[in-house]
Design a protein around this ligand. Structure first.
Ligand code: UD1
Length: 429
């Protein structure tokens, strides 16, 4: 199994091109199930989760072709991919495929909308809490879908089509908002979703569906109104830049010191996280080309954060921020409110010399003046990259084991970081 070897201590300087967002690319790809025309997506990142979803969509009948830019053109590797679901050949998403990635459960929305039925395995994905699917089920039932759960599968049927309705999410969910928005786009009549997720990836999907002929208003606010249409057509849509990748590299620079331009990054996608980073002492400057992050000399100030749905501080940056706080000049409190089991990086950071105690959903981090390299184990996607960041700042050698998690969500991580002066390499096998 691959490992990443890092020799820490170098400040980062140079440019890092930001890839298309994994969490936007996945729902956009799934939307291709909703039309028999071609949906062309630009700026699709090259990631294990994208390849896995291509396999899952292929099982339903989606053909795809890649005719992206040549690699490295414009400093980017992202591709343009054409997806065509001329015919849906199978409405079942089997356990073997869905268990590898939770987001693949989302095919339930388009399959129901287009075919009136879907049989989808209950999901797997990162081990960060129980992550139930009750909101998807409730919401789809509100749209007139009958649902049974049998042998680990959700069996959903709407033989007469979906019917628009008002649905108030009891809890904010990104995935359930994506699914209900897609399902409602082809429902009869109007759907109003209240307490909807407001993440930029929701807006990217709504823009895509509208480009395909849907009538969706209010995405990015808590109330989304969808007037159902009979059919959707093809479109050409760009995946937004990855705000989590952006925040991750910004935190790496804040921790190691240096001066890096995050090319193509959009500050409006992560305002809160950038404010928090400024409070730690990093200099953040939006430019025409992206976001410039700089920290020279001064120490890292401790800042308390609580994860929240967008526009709050993202749970997907919590582990990386904890990495940064391990070297702050004092005590910080990091509270996780989205997932109940998302502190698995704590014991691994401790192996590098971090002082962290857990009190329920809050981690109390006592900054230390230096971390020391050690072998560590990656446990989930974002936790893995927090160990990479800490390793970059630690003295000596850190080996991050089980890096397949990183490949799910970070495009050419070693290459991007070594391009800025980090000593980092992949050891295969
Ligand atoms: C998405 C992101 C993930 C991010 C998360 C929160 C993708 C591919 N993944 O995951 O990176 O960490 O948003 O920003 O976009 N919940 C229920 N019942 C449900 C659905 C969710 O209780 O039916 C709970 C979850 O367990 C969790 C909370 O709601 O505690 C938020 O989860 P949700 O927003 O649905 O996360 P995902 O869409 O899975």
């Amino acid at each position: 199994m691959d490992r990443i070897r890092i020799v820490g201590g170098n400040a980062l300087s140079g440019r890092i091109p930001i890839s298309g967002a994994k969490n936007a690319a996945l729902p956009l790809m799934i939307a291709s199930l909703m039309t028999d025309d071609t949906l062309t997506l630009e700026n699709v990142p090259h990631l294990a989760d994208v390849e896995q979803l291509i396999r899952i969509l292929g099982n339903h009948g989606v053909d795809y072709s890649v005719n992206g830019r040549r690699e490295k053109q414009n400093g980017s590797y992202s591709r343009t991919i054409h997806f065509t679901a001329r015919q849906i050949v199978d409405t079942t998403a089997p356990y073997e495929l869905v268990s590898k990635m939770r987001a693949s459960f989302w095919v339930i929305g388009p399959l129901l909308a287009r075919m009136g039925e879907a049989k989808v395995s209950l999901p797997g994905g990162c081990a960060i809490g129980t992550r139930p699917v009750d909101l998807f089920i409730d919401g789809l039932q509100a749209l007139g879908v009958s649902i049974d759960i049998e042998n680990g599968y959700v069996i959903a049927k709407a033989p007469k089509g979906l019917i628009g309705a008002r649905y108030v999410f009891p809890k904010v969910s990104v995935g359930a908002t994506h699914v209900l928005m897609m399902a409602a786009a082809l429902a009869r009549g109007q759907t109003v979703l209240e307490n909807a997720a407001r993440e930029p990836e929701i807006v990217n999907l709504a823009d895509c569906l509208n480009a395909m002929g849907a009538r969706i208003r209010g995405a990015g606010t808590p109330t989304i109104t969808i007037d159902g249409v009979d059919r959707l057509s093809g479109a050409r849509v760009a995946v937004i830049p990855d705000r989590i990748e952006t925040g991750t590299y910004a935190m790496a620079v804040a921790m190691t010191g240096g001066d890096v331009l995050l090319e193509g990054a959009r500050p409006d996608l992560l305002e809160n996280a950038l404010d928090v980073l400024r409070q730690t002492g990093a200099e953040i400057t939006p430019t025409n080309a992206g976001i410039r992050v700089k920290r020279n000399g001064a120490g890292i100030s401790p800042v308390d954060v609580t994860t929240e749905p967008f526009p709050g501080f993202p749970t997907d940056l919590q582990a990386q921020f904890m990495g940064l706080m391990t070297m702050s000049k004092g005590k910080s409190r990091i509270t996780e409110t989205i997932f109940e089991n998302r502190f698995m990086h704590v014991q691994e950071l401790a192996r590098l010399g971090a002082h962290i105690t857990l009190a329920g959903q809050t981690a109390i981090v006592e900054g230390v003046s230096k971390l020391k390299g050690a072998p560590v184990m990656a446990t989930d996607l974002r936790a893995s990259v927090s160990l990479v960041i800490a390793g970059l700042a630690a003295e000596g050698e850190t080996t991050v084991n089980r890096v397949y998690h990183l490949d799910r969500g970070f495009e050419r991580l070693e290459e991007k970081l070594s391009g800025c002066g980090a000593t980092i390499e992949r050891i295969t096998g």
